[in-house]
Design a protein around this ligand. Structure first.
Ligand code: CMP
Length: 147
């Protein structure tokens, strides 16, 4: 089934000049980039996006990290986009990804469990919430009826 998922190149990915390599990998892996924009998150928007982590010990640090520079937000579409994108980005901890998933995106540009360079929605529910968090989905049927 055709799906849409949300990808974010986090500030370490953008500022580390990993954007072109990541987008090449995305396209080579059969995803279509249907929407994209570069934005600077502020404390409120980052806290709201990561609300599910608000009670975690790493929350304040996470908000500082994702607001430390620009992020590139993209909607990716293909069959099984949600789980395939999670597989392509690799495990959360970039330092471990280099050993266990050497071909993953986090192996390429992730540093540690926080500065992991890239985001992917973890479920259909998250994908719907996260896509509508960043993009206006009200004027098109593309999400309900992916191209
Ligand atoms: P992601 O899984 O995309 O979304 C939650 C983010 O919180 C995660 O990427 C990391 O950037 C960060 N994170 C997750 N676990 C930890 C941790 N143990 N310590 C610090 N940051 C973390």
């Amino acid at each position: 089934e055709k799906e849409a998922t949300l990808a974010i190149i986090k500030p370490d990915g953008v500022l580390g000049n990993h954007t072109d390599a990541i987008k090449a990998t995305i396209l080579q892996s059969g995803f279509k980039i249907s929407r994209e924009k570069i934005i600077q998150l502020d404390k409120d928007s980052a806290s709201s996006f990561y609300a599910e982590h608000s009670t975690k010990r790493f929350f304040d640090s996470l908000v500082k990290y994702v607001t430390s520079g620009p992020v590139l937000v993209m909607v990716l579409e293909k069959e099984n986009a949600i789980s395939d994108w999670r597989a392509l980005i690799g495990p959360t901890d970039g330092s471990k990804a280099k050993i266990t998933h050497p071909n993953s995106i986090r192996a390429m540009c992730g540093t540690d469990v926080e500065k992991n360079c890239i985001h992917g929605s973890d479920s259909p529910q998250s994908a719907q919430r996260e896509i509508s968090f960043f993009f206006d989905t009200s004027t098109s049927q593309w999400f309900a009826l992916p191209l």
